[in-house]
Write a protein that binds this ligand. Sequence first.
Ligand SMILES: *Cc1c(COP(=O)(O)O)cnc(C)c1O
Length: 386
Amino acid sequence: MSAVDEVGGVAEAPPLRLAVIDLGAVRHNVQAVRALVGPAEVMAVVKANGYGHGAVQVARAAIDAGATWLGVADLDEALALRDAGLDVPVLAWLHGPQAGFTQAVLRSIDVGVSSVRQLDAIAATVAELRREVGAVARVQLKIDTGLGRNGACEAEWSALFGRAAELERSGEVVVTGLFSHLSNTSDEEDRAQLARLHSAVEQARVAGVVPPIIHLASTAGALRLPETRLSMVRLGIGMYGLSPFDDATSADLGLRPAMRVEGRVISVKRVPTGSAVSYGYTYRTSAESTLALVALGYADGIPRLGSNRAPVSIGGERFRVSGRIAMDQFVADVHDASVAVGDRVVLFGDPRDGHPSAEEWAEAAETINYEIVTRVGQRIERRYVS
Ligand SMILES: *Cc1c(COP(=O)(O)O)cnc(C)c1O
C-alpha cells in the first residue's frame, strides 16, 4: 500500500503494525542507573531479543551509555551479538544438556556454569581446541543462593569450586566471575541470599578461586537494595524503562519506557445499538456507535486476556478494546469520536506522552510488564529513533 503525497511523489505508508524503540530512552535509563549504582558496573541484559526491543540495537545504545557487559540466556544469543560486531564481554547463563561450547570459547563468551558437568564439558572443549589453538575458556560460576532455579546448590559448591580451581591451575579455564540471582520476595529474603553469596565467595577463595567480579542484583535489587550491587548489576527491565515494582511507576524511578506499540485504524463503521462485536459476542454496543478496526492480534503478542479490558489511545483519546482480541485484529468502540481510517492507535508507550502504559496492559492481561514487551511479535515492524 502506498499513499500519494501532495507533490505527486509516493510517500511511504505508515506500517500496519509498528513498535517504535527509543534508543535515547535506553541510553537515558542506563545512565540513570549507572549514576545510582556506581562504582558498580552495569551489565545490559539483552536476552530474548532485548525483551522484544532488538538485542543488537539496545546493546549498542547501552554500551554507548556506559554499560560494560552484555548478558543473555543462550549461547546463540551471545554469538549473535558477536556476529553483529559487539566485542565487549558477554555472559550467557542458560545451557541445554547438549550445549556445545566450542564457539563460546573461540569467541570469548563468558559461560555461566551451574554444575561440575558443565565445567567438565568446557574443559573437554578446551582440550579439543588446544590441538589447534591456545584456547582458554572464560567461565563464571553460577550459584543458587535460594531462587531454586539455575545455579549450583550449596551441596555442590565445594565440588564446583574444587574443579574450577583445578582447571584454572592447569590453564584451561579462567574464572571471571561468580554470581547468583535474587527472588525479589522481600528485602529480608534477598538479604539472606546475599549472605549465602558471601559465604560462597569465601568457600571459593578457600578452594583457591578468587573471581574478580561478584554479582547478584538485577533491576529490582540494583534500585532498592544497595548492598546487593556488589561489583556489577545486571540491568534488564529498567534499561527498557519499565518498573520491576508494583508500587512505583517508570516516572517514579526516573526511567523512560523505550517501546511504543501502535497500529492503524483500518476500517471504521457506524453501527446501531446492541451490535455484537467479535467472537463469542462478549461485547455489544450500548448505543449507536462507531467501531474502529485495528490489525493487531494475539499472533502479534497482543494478549487475548486484554479483551474488553485493555486501553488504546486514538487521537489522544482513550478507548477500550471491545470484544475478543483475535489472531490478527481487534475492535475498539470509539462511540461518537471522529476516528478515520489511517488514524494511529497507540496500545502502550510512555504515559508521560499521554499513552496507556505497558503496566495497564499487564494488569488487563493479568501478567507483568516484562511479558507485555517481550512477547511483541515478529510481524510488528521495529523502528529505531534516538
Ligand atoms: C533476566 C535476568 C536479569 C535481568 O532482570 P531484570 O529484572 O529484567 O532486570 C538478570 N539476571 C538474570 C540471571 C536474568 O535471567
